[in-house]
Design a protein around this ligand. Structure first.
Ligand code: LRH
Length: 469
């Protein structure tokens, strides 16, 4: 029996524990446990229920033990930027804020009085987004910060709960906008400008290091397997790109989930005034690579339309409704700030169109078609910008994540970009998480080998640009 690897992969809308083994040159992948995620609203603010997420992880691990697995390796990845505040006893001081909370709506303006956005981008190479950890810390409760012994990013906090060891994993650290791109270390000036001392942050580690053993005795109410926790690429996007089966130099990617992260893997950061103008990020990737990418509003738009619809449509049904529509689709900017956290996404899109004298999508199908068309159009524009900024000529576009299943969106994307789209795997994030574990245990030797394994193990679907009729 080969080594059993468990990916704990939690995104903004769902979490899962996936089990994998390397058998006869192929990766197996089996879902052990899946659960919903989403922020809670309390006193007008948005928080993650991190205690529930921990219970879900423990339930999943107990299911694994019940199925007969007694030892395994574990890696954890989650969404970026958010963090937990801990006191000297390691107790959580408050449930973590969700990055969509309104508290940072004025933070970028407040920051610009301290240091220009140009200087901030120059130092970090990170896209200016109000929810970056830097801006969240700027508006953080200063009294609570005084009581804070350690600040841990979400996946690092989960690792800390399981093992008692606190670290700051590098790929996710880059999303904080507190890391100096030239040194790869936390930037003391930025830290002092947000009122945090480097003593409050744990040591930084590379993806692919052992964290520690699962402290089973801390969870007597669960029957858990013996496990070694490995720090993987703990930022979900970093794991997703590690789990993207691109080969050669000329591929771009879209990690398509709640967000669409569109970009390319580079050997070094690319920081320039045009990168800032186009708002591209240089996020840290595995093995010192750079994920040069842009956050695009993504399937959040469709998730929110589905959530507010009177009929509980599945995403496949929404796509069918959209395909049946025949109306003049309005051109909208999917990244407009009004779509970040509106109470009702359908109404927000209608208001946007009305204010600009555009055709107003009325039905759920029209709204869905508007979203799909405009996401694809945005991908088309951004790929042109990406090619200009990087000097690359892209041959194909790899789409991974839940959105790799969105047939209509993939076809519209092939049409809008003029590129062959290779879609899949949908579980690229969990797979990237597992590949980093296998690289740490020595079961595979290189990321290239891992990406080749993905091609051998999972079905990928091609979409080709259609000629206009
Ligand atoms: C995607 C993601 C993205 C971040 C956002 C907060 O899940 O990690 O890379 O920018 O969530």
């Amino acid at each position: 029996m080969g080594t059993t690897y468990i990916a704990i992969d939690i995104g903004a809308s769902s979490g899962r524990l996936m089990k994998s083994q390397l058998l006869d040159g192929r990766l197996s992948l089996e879902e052990i446990h899946r659960f919903k995620n989403g922020y809670d609203e309390k006193n007008g603010h948005k928080y993650w229920d991190i205690d529930r997420l921990i219970q879900e992880i423990l339930q999943g691990l107990a299911k694994l033990k019940q199925s007969g697995v007694t030892t395994c390796h574990i890696g954890i990845d989650t969404w970026g930027v958010d963090y937990c505040l801990l006191d000297a006893e390691g107790t959580l001081l408050r449930q973590p804020f969700c990055y969509r909370d309104q508290r940072t709506s004025q933070a970028v303006a407040a920051w610009s009085k301290k240091l220009s956005l140009e200087a901030l981008y120059d130092k970090t190479g990170i896209q200016i987004q109000p929810f970056n950890t830097l801006f969240q810390l700027l508006v953080e409760d200063k009294e609570l910060l005084k009581e804070t012994d350690q600040i841990l990013l979400i996946p690092d906090y989960l690792g800390y709960v399981l093992t008692g060891k606190g670290v700051m994993e590098k790929t996710n650290a880059s999303t904080t906008q507190l890391v100096n791109s030239a040194t790869g270390q936390l930037d003391e000036t930025l830290l002092s400008l947000v009122g945090v001392s480097s003593q409050q942050l744990p040591r930084m580690v590379e993806a692919g290091t052992e964290l520690g053993d699962l402290r089973r005795a801390d969870f007597p109410e669960y029957d858990l397997p013996e496990a070694k926790v490995i720090t993987v690429a703990s930022h979900d996007t970093a794991s997703a790109v590690a789990g993207t089966p691109g080969s050669g130099e000329d591929w771009a990617f879209i990690s398509s989930g709640t967000w669409s992260l569109l970009g390319a893997e580079l050997k070094a950061p690319l920081i320039s005034p045009s990168g800032l103008a186009a708002n591209y990020s240089n996020e840290g990737g595995v093995f010192q690579s750079t994920r040069f990418l842009k956050n695009i509003m993504g399937l959040w738009l469709i998730q929110e339309v589905a959530r507010m619809a009177e009929t509980p449509y599945s995403f496949a049904e929404l796509a069918e409704l959209a395909e049946r529509e025949n109306f003049e689709v309005p051109l909208i900017d999917v990244n407009d700030a009004s779509f970040l956290n509106p109470p009702n996404m359908g109404l927000a899109i209608q208001d946007y169109c009305r204010q600009r004298g555009l055709t107003v999508p009325e039905s759920t199908g029209q709204l869905a078609l508007t979203i799909y068309h405009n996401l694809a159009a945005c991908y088309g524009r951004e790929l042109t910008t990406l090619a200009e900024l990087t000097g690359k000529t892209f041959q194909n576009l790899q789409i991974v994540g839940g959105g790799a299943n969105a047939r209509l969106l993939n076809q519209l994307t092939a049409n809008a970009t003029g590129l062959t789209v290779e879609a899949g795997p949908t579980e690229a994030t969990a797979i990237g998480n597992i590949l980093m574990q296998m690289l740490t245990t020595g079961e595979i030797d290189s990321l290239e080998q891992g990406r080749e394994l993905i091609r051998q193990s999972f079905k990928l679907t091609n979409y080709y640009p259609e000629r206009k009729k």
